[in-house]
Design a protein around this ligand. Sequence first.
Ligand SMILES: Cc1cc2nc3c(=O)[nH]c(=O)nc-3n(C[C@H](O)[C@H](O)[C@H](O)COP(=O)(O)OP(=O)(O)OC[C@H]3O[C@@H](n4cnc5c(N)ncnc54)[C@H](O)[C@@H]3O)c2cc1C
Length: 413
Amino acid sequence: MTHIAKVIVVGAGPSGLLLSLILSQQGIKTTLVDMAETLDAAPRATHYAWPAQYEFIRAGVFEEILAAGFRVDNSVSWRKLDGTLLGQIDIENIPEQERMVCLPLNGLAKILYGRITKEENAEVLWGHKVTSIGQDASRAWIHVVTAEGENRLEADYIVGCDGANSQIRRSLFGDLEFPGMTWDQQIVATNAYYPDMASAGWGDDSAFLVDKDHWSMIARIQTDGLLRITYGEVPGLTREEYIARQPAKYKALLPGHPDPDKFKVVNISPYKVHQRLAKSMREGRFLLAADAAHLCNPFGGLGLTGGLVDVGNLSDCLVGIHKGLADETILDRYSEVRRQKYKDVVNPTSSANMRLLWQDGETAEQDEFFRLLTKARNDPAITQEMATSIHRIMHDFRKEYNIKSNGQVVDTR
Ligand SMILES: Cc1cc2nc3c(=O)[nH]c(=O)nc-3n(C[C@H](O)[C@H](O)[C@H](O)COP(=O)(O)OP(=O)(O)OC[C@H]3O[C@@H](n4cnc5c(N)ncnc54)[C@H](O)[C@@H]3O)c2cc1C
C-alpha cells in the first residue's frame, strides 16, 4: 500500500526540478508548476560541493552533470588586487571526490528537466503562477493564474521551491516575514570571456580578490574559458548604472587592467544579498526547500548546495511516508534539522567567506584564515579537514524511519 497520491512542487528552478525528479523516480505522482514559460538562464549557481554531488548521484544524474561541466582540478586562491598571493588551497591535497563540480545553473537545469520529461509519474506545467494557497486535514491546494484563466490544483503535499520571493512562504507566514538581514554591500555577477586572463599566470580555477573597493571572485566556469566575475559594488544604483560601471570595474580588478575590446561580457546581473531563514520549513501539508526557505550570499557556493541537500532530505521523508516506513512527524524533523544546519553551518560559513573579502589587502595576511592556509600548505590533513567540513550540512533521514514492516512504530530519534 502507498500513502501519497500526489505532490505538487512549486518552482522549476534547480531545487524544484531535482525534487520532482527524485519523487517521480520513487513512484510518487508529481506536478511541477512554474510561472515562467521556460527554464531560467540568469548567471547564478555554478559550483557544487560533495553534499550536492551526493544527491545528484542518488538521482542518477551525476555522470551527465560531470560530462557537461568539469571537476575543479586547479588551485583556489585569495589574492591582493595586484595578484600577490594571500593564501591558496592546494587541490592535490583534496581527494578527487571532495573537489567541487562546476556547471552553470542553466546547464544543470537543462539536464534535470530532460530527465523529468522521461518520467511517467512527473508532469510540468509552465506559465502557472501561484497566487494563493489553502489546506485542510486531508488536502492542500494552490490557486494559479495561467494564460487561459484561473485554476485550483490540489495534492497531499505541496512543496515551495519557488525561490527567494516564494509565494508559498509569503502565503504561510506573511509578505515581510523572512527573518534575517540584507547586506549593505551590493554584488554584480557577470559571465565573460577574457582570453588574456591566462597570461596573469595565476593557474587558479577560482581566485578571490581581497580589497576594500574591488573585492571580487574570478572563476573558470566552462571548459571553453567562460569566466564568472562577481564583484562588490556601491549600493543603491539602477541596473543600467551598474551595467554602465562594469567596464571600469573590470579595468580595476582584472589582471592586465583590460579595455573593453579585450573581453566579451555575455551576461550581467546585479544582486542584493541576504542571510535569511524562514521561521519553519513545514506548515501542515506545505513544505519549503532551498531559496524559498533560506538565503545566503554566494561566496563559497553554499546556497544551492544547501538547497539540494534539503531536497534529498525532504524526498527521503516523503518517500518514507509514501512507503509506510515513516509517519508525518518526520516532516517536523525535516524542518527542525534543516533549519539547524542553516544556523550552524551555512549562515556562519557563508557570512565569514564574504567578510573575508572586503578587508584591506595589505594587512589581510594577519587574518586567521590566511594563517591557517599557510599552515595547511605543509600539512595536507588541514586542507582535507577544511574541504570536508561542508559534510556537516548532510543528514540521513532514512535512519529516522520509525515504522517497521509489521506496522509497529519505533522511536529511532
Ligand atoms: C551570483 C550568484 C552565484 C551563485 N553561485 C552559487 C554557487 O556557485 N553554488 C551554489 O550552491 N549556490 C550559488 N548561488 C545560489 C543559487 O543560485 C540559488 O540558491 C539557487 O538558484 C536557488 O534555486 P531554487 O530552485 O531554490 O530557486 P530559483 O532558482 O530561484 O527558482 C525558483 C522558481 O520558482 C518560480 N516561481 C517563483 N514564484 C512563483 C510563483 N508565484 N508561482 C510559480 N512559480 C514561481 C520561478 O519562476 C523560478 O523558476 C548563487 C547565487 C547567485 C545570485
